[in-house]
Design a protein around this ligand. Structure first.
Ligand code: UD1
Ligand code: MG
Length: 453
């Protein structure tokens, strides 16, 4: 896109109607903060020329987008969308932008294609100020588009007066504006706050630009849900549902088998190979990637998990930051925390938890086990009830288990400790010192059996 065009996202507001102290733009949809959707769409069009106005809990919003560092503008007090734009003008000028596409941070359904089409139209029409309008059945809290005597204005919901502004038409302001800065920037200082909210509205620029004889263009996108803004919990979940369906449809179209698709939730950065079998209810978030031939049963939650070719995740598992290599099997009822790795053909079964632990090729931990800060060699067998005692109350320590070792059931391996390759640990042992390769270790009281008298 034209090199002198950049984008500005307004994301400083508190989101009072969301009834939460956390910034509205960090509320998640399909596991990703609302703001990410707009930023991703804009990055596709403008690369690094995307700036964001932050204010309410600014440090928290900035921390959520490290890739945007240096491209935030602070609006210390939130006195309205016009005030937010004013706060950003010096930065936009310093960047040498000729045009800026301003987008509300609470519109996660917008797509890059749709924004591009709008910008193309506005540029083709040589508009000084263009904005997107949509048709809705209920104008609700949206700004109303009022067209009278050949001029167009936006009247905010609270300030709307039917006797002055005429009947509601259902055409509302979507909160997306293209401004030719040379013409429009001087008008920003003229925005007042003499209205029901006492706020400076960016939407007043429309009437100001018209009054100054600039060319103003309202681009009507019809009943397009992609521009809906999110102001309340109800709107949040409704938008999330639209995004969810959009994503599931894309994947079905690409050849993923999705059963019970109405209860499958897949984030925007998740990748699923064609032919993979998924069954709802299911949640796949973050950078989860599922390779060819893999299957994920119902009632699973995966975040930033990598599932290799032909691997299977049985029902009722939680995986986060875990890697499951080709042909490995997980669950049912397993929990893989960050740093859990199953190498090829490895298996974890029910009620097994792993954290920063590698289960080597073909190794098994089939039942009731905790493996934390551990490495388990290929083809080792971890018996039911094995616990790596990795934490001494102050520090974490490592357990190393060699290839083909066999850990008998109900053993406690007190780290730091190494069990050699091919070693055998008797059931019920508490192992506190290293076991050499091929050795048998028993760390338990000997059974005493006496006659009963
Ligand atoms: C705004 C528009 C309205 C439009 C609607 C579309 C104004 C005055 N009204 O209303 O015409 O129909 O969007 O969804 O613009 N923000 C700041 N600083 C502030 C205040 C808000 O950065 O001081 C940010 C918010 O974080 C939000 C965006 O601007 O992302 C829009 O603010 P919001 O309060 O949601 O405006 P709406 O009432 O939805
Ligand atoms: Mg809004």
């Amino acid at each position: 896109m034209h090199e002198r065009i950049g984008a500005l996202v307004l994301a400083a507001g508190k989101g009072t109607r969301m009834k939460s102290d956390a910034p509205k733009v960090l509320k998640t949809l399909l596991g990703e903060p609302m703001l990410r959707y707009g930023l991703d769409a804009l990055a596709a069009l403008f690369g690094e020329r995307v700036f964001t106005v932050v204010g309410h809990r600014a440090e928290m919003v900035e921390a959520a987008f490290p890739g945007m560092a240096g491209r935030f503008v602070l609006q210390a007090e939130q006195r309205g969308t016009g005030h937010a734009l004013a706060a950003a003008l010096p930065r936009l000028a310093a960047e040498g932008l000729g045009y800026v596409l301003v987008v509300n941070g609470d519109a996660p359904l917008v797509t890059a294609e749709s924004l591009r089409a709008f910008v193309d139209t506005a540029l083709a029409e040589a508009a000084d100020l263009a904005f997107v309008t949509i048709e809705v059945p209920e104008a609700g809290a949206y700004g109303r588009v009022v067209r009278r005597d050949g001029a167009v204005r936006i009247v905010e919901a609270k300030d709307y007066d039917a006797s002055r502004d005429g009947p509601v038409t259902g055409e509302i302001n979507a909160g997306v504006y293209l401004l030719r800065l040379g013409a429009v920037a001087p008008l920003v200082a003229e925005i007042g706050n003499d209205n029901k909210s006492g706020e400076y509205y960016i939407t007043d620029l429309v009437a100001l630009a018209g009054g100054a004889g600039l060319s103003v263009l309202a681009v009507n996108r019809g009943p397009d849900p992609a521009y809906l803004g999110i102001n309340s919990p109800r709107e949040l979940v409704a938008a999330e549902e639209l995004l969810r369906r959009r994503r599931v449809e894309e994947l079905l179209e690409a050849g993923v088998i999705i059963r019970a698709a109405e209860s499958v939730r897949i984030g925007p950065a998740v990748s699923v190979a064609p032919g993979v079998e998924l069954c709802g209810p299911l949640e796949l978030y973050g950078h989860t990637a599922v390779a060819l031939g893999a299957a994920i049963a119902s009632h699973n939650v995966l975040r930033d998990a990598t599932i290799g070719e032909n691997a299977v995740v049985h029902a009722f598992c939680h995986l986060e930051g875990a890697r499951v290599a080709a042909g490995a099997q997980v669950g049912p009822y397993a929990r893989l925390r960050p740093g859990a790795v199953l190498e090829e053909g490895a298996r974890v079964g029910n009620f097994v938890e792993m954290k920063k632990a590698v289960l080597g090729r073909g190794a098994k931990a089939s039942h009731l086990t905790y493996l934390g800060d551990a490495s388990v060699g290929a083809e080792a067998n971890i018996g039911a009830g094995t616990i790596t005692c990795n934490y001494d109350g102050v520090h974490k320590h490592k357990t190393v288990i060699g290839e083909k070792a066999f850990i008998g059931s109900n053993s406690a391996l007190v780290a730091p400790v190494t069990i050699g390759a091919g070693a055998l640990v008797g059931a019920g042992s508490v192992i506190t010192s290293d076991v050499p390769d091929g050795a048998l270790a028993l760390g338990r009281g000997r059974q005493v059996t006496k006659s009963r008298k």
